[in-house]
Design a binder for this molecule. Structure first.
Ligand SMILES: Cc1cc2nc3c(=O)[nH]c(=O)nc-3n(C[C@H](O)[C@H](O)[C@H](O)COP(=O)(O)OP(=O)(O)OC[C@H]3O[C@@H](n4cnc5c(N)ncnc54)[C@H](O)[C@@H]3O)c2cc1C
Length: 519
C-alpha cells in the first residue's frame, strides 16, 4: 500500500471538502478542524460525483458529511449512511503530515471493474430515439438500455404525419426504428406500456402493466399533449387531435364517410391538417382565433398570400373566430361560434397548440414550470435524471420543432456517455409549411422585431414575397413565401448573428451559398 500526498491542508476548507484522484478513482477529502477524512466521491442516491461538495459537521455525536443532492448524512469515519443502514460509502485511510494531506492507496482490492450502467428511457418518440442513436454512436457498450413507449409500435417520424394524412406517403415509409432495430442492438423495448411512476429514492420506474425497471440514469422524453378545447361537445365522436398515428388512422377512416370538416387552429399543424383533408375531397373550413393564419410565424402580407393560396384549393377560413361549442347528436355535426353562427362538420380536428407532458416528472417531485426544467447539459434538478424534447423547458423556452431537439439529443447523449463537455444554449425558432405546392418559411422571433429595419421584396404576379428584419446589420428574422431556397442561409445568419453590412444589398435577392464566407 502506498501513501499519496494529494494537497496542502489549507487547500481543504474547514467544514467542506475537495476531490482528488487516487488510483483513478474520485475521492472526496473532507475536513473537520485539523482532521481530514477520505470517502468515495460518488453519492449513491443520485449517482452524481458530488460528495466533496457536501458540508461536514456533527450530527447526534457523529462526524458526518451531508450529500449536497438529497441531503443524506454519511459518517466520516465509516462511510455509513445515517438514514439508510444498507448504504455505505467506501473510505480510505488518510491523514495530515507536515501540513500535507495524504491518502493511502488500497489498489481497490480486486473489484475495480464497474458493471454496465442501466439507462431507462421514458418515451419512444423522436427526441428519445435520437438521443439513443447518438449515445450508441459514442459508447455502444457503456449502457444497458430499456425504453418504454406509450404508443403500441416502434418509433416513427412524427413530422411525416401530415404527408401521411394527405396521402403523399405510407405508414411503412415513416417508420424510423422498427422492433427489430431495438432487438439487434440489445435494447429492451416495452411498447404500449407507459411508465406510470418514478421512484427516485429507489431509482426505478414502474410501468402501467407493473414492469419495474431500475436505473442508474433516467431519460425523460415524454413529448407534448395536444391542447383540448374546454367547450361543450369537445369529446363527441368525430372530434380528433393531430398528434400520433392513431389520430391519423381515425381521421382517414372518418374522412372516407364525411363531407364537411372543420379544423380549429390556423397554425402550421392546422393548415397541414386542412390541406390533407381537402385532398380527400372534403369541404374544409379553418377556424382561427387570431386575425391572420400562422400569426406567430408570418407577417400580415405573407399570411394573406398563404391564405389566398389555400382558398384557391377550396379551403375556407373563419378568422378572429372563437369556438363556443361542438354540437351533434351522438356524433359531431357542427361547430358553433361565439358570434352565434355555425359551420357544418362531420369531423373536427383540433390543432390549437401543445402542452409539454410533465405529469410524471411533477409527480416524483422534479422541478417543472411549463416544462421539465433542465440546465445546459439537459440534466434535471435530480442529477441522475435527464430530459430532452418537447417536454423540457430550457432557459425559459419550450420547443415544438425538431431542429432544437436534435441539438439537445447530441448534448444529452454526450453527458449520458460521460464524454460531456458540450452545452446546449438554445435554438432560434424556424418553421416550414409542408403543403405540397405552397412554399412558406419563417425563422427568428417575429414578436421581437419591433424597431428593426426591414428589407422587403414582393412580386405578386409570380407569387413571391420575402422580408428580412435586421438590427445593427444582423439578421433577426426572415419570412419567405413562394421561394424558400435561401431558408438555410437565413437560419444560419440568425443563429450566428454574423454582421452582413459588407453585402447587405444582395442579402434579399442574391444567391448565397448555405455556408461559408459571404464575400
Ligand atoms: C402532425 C405533425 C407535424 C409536424 N411537423 C413538423 C415539422 O414540419 N417540422 C418540425 O420541426 N416539427 C414538426 N412537428 C413537431 C415534431 O414532430 C415534434 O417536435 C417532435 O416529434 C417532438 O419529439 P419528442 O420526442 O419531444 O415528442 P414525441 O415525438 O411526441 O415523443 C414522445 C413520446 O413519448 C410517449 N410518452 C409520453 N408519456 C409517456 C410515458 N409516461 N411512458 C412512455 N411513453 C410516453 C408518447 O406517447 C410519444 O410517443 C410536427 C408534429 C406533428 C404532430
Amino acid at each position: 500500500m502506498t501513501r499519496h500526498f494529494v494537497c496542502q491542508l489549507e487547500e481543504v476548507f474547514d467544514g467542506g471538502g475537495v476531490c482528488a484522484l487516487v488510483d483513478g478513482e474520485q475521492v472526496a477529502l473532507l475536513r473537520v478542524g485539523e482532521e481530514v477524512f477520505a470517502l468515495e466521491n460518488r453519492d449513491p442516491f443520485s449517482g452524481a460525483n458530488v460528495m466533496s461538495r457536501g458540508l461536514t459537521g456533527d450530527l447526534s455525536g457523529q462526524l458526518v458529511v451531508a450529500s449536497p443532492v438529497y441531503k443524506q448524512h454519511f459518517n466520516l469515519r465509516t462511510g455509513r449512511c445515517l438514514e439508510d443502514e444498507a448504504v455505505t460509502l467506501r473510505s480510505w485511510p488518510c491523514g495530515v503530515l507536515d501540513d500535507r494531506v495524504w491518502v493511502e492507496s488500497t489498489a481497490r482490492r480486486g473489484a475495480a471493474v464497474r458493471g454496465r450502467r442501466r439507462l431507462v428511457v421514458v418515451g419512444n418518440g423522436m427526441a428519445a430515439m435520437r438521443t439513443v442513436e447518438e449515445l450508441l454512436a459514442l459508447a455502444s457498450d457503456a449502457l444497458d438500455i430499456t425504453v418504454f413507449g406509450a404508443e403500441p409500435r416502434g418509433n416513427y417520424n412524427r413530422i411525416l404525419l401530415s404527408p401521411l394524412l394527405a396521402g403523399d406517403t405510407s405508414r411503412g415509409q415513416i417508420m424510423l426504428h422498427d422492433l427489430a432495430w431495438y432487438r439487434e442492438r440489445g435494447i429492451t423495448l416495452h411498447v404500449g406500456d407507459p411508465v406510470a411512476s418514478i421512484d427516485r429514492r429507489q431509482r426505478r420506474v414502474i410501468s402501467r402493466a407493473g414492469v419495474i425497471a431500475p436505473y442508474d440514469r433516467l431519460l425523460l422524453a415524454t413529448g407534448s399533449d395536444p391542447v383540448r378545447l374546454k367547450v361543450a361537445g369537445h369529446d363527441l365522436p368525430g372530434v380528433f387531435t393531430f398528434r400520433n398515428l392513431d389520430d391519423v388512422d381515425g381521421m382517414l377512416e372518418q374522412a372516407g364517410r364525411a363531407l364537411h370538416a372543420v379544423v380549429i387552429g390556423g397554425g402550421l399543424l392546422g393548415l397541414e391538417a386542412a390541406s390533407g383533408l381537402a385532398r380527400h375531397g372534403l369541404v374544409v373550413t379553418v377556424v382561427h382565433l387570431r386575425e391572420r393564419v400562422m400569426d406567430r410565424q408570418l407577417d400580415p402580407e405573407a399570411a394573406e398570400l398563404l391564405q389566398r393560396s389555400m382558398q384557391a384549393r377550396g379551403i375556407a377560413f373563419r378568422l378572429s373566430a372563437q369556438t363556443q361549442a361542438l354540437e351533434g347528436d351522438g356524433h359531431v355535426q357542427r361547430v358553433r361560434l361565439a358570434d352565434g353562427s355555425s359551420i357544418d362538420a362531420d369531423m373536427v380536428v383540433v390543432a390549437a397548440g401543445i402542452t409539454p407532458r410533465t405529469a410524471l416528472a411533477r409527480d416524483c417531485g422534479l422541478a417543472c414550470d411549463r416544462g421539465i426544467l433542465v440546465d445546459d447539459t439537459l440534466q434535471t434538478f435530480d442529477p441522475a435524471i435527464y430530459a430532452v424534447g418537447e417536454c423540457v423547458q430550457h432557459r425559459g423556452t419550450t420547443y415544438g420543432l425538431v431542429a432544437p431537439l436534435w441539438e439537445q439529443a447530441r448534448v444529452c447523449a454526450a453527458h449520458l456517455a460521460e464524454r460531456g463537455v458540450a452545452r446546449y444554449r438554445g435554438s432560434p425558432p424556424a418553421s416550414q409549411l409542408k403543403v405540397s405546392g405552397i412554399e412558406v418559411y419563417s425563422a427568428g422571433d417575429l414578436g421581437r422585431v419591433a424597431g428593426a429595419e426591414s428589407l422587403r421584396y414582393a412580386d405578386r404576379a409570380s407569387g413571391i414575397y420575402k422580408r428580412l428584419w435586421l438590427k445593427d446589420n444582423r439578421l433577426q428574422a426572415a419570412v419567405l413565401f413562394g421561394d424558400t431556397r435561401q431558408a438555410a442561409r437565413y437560419a444560419e445568419l440568425i443563429e450566428t448573428q454574423q454582421d452582413v453590412s459588407a453585402w447587405r444589398e444582395t442579402l434579399l435577392l442574391g444567391d448565397h451559398p448555405v455556408s461559408g464566407s459571404a464575400a
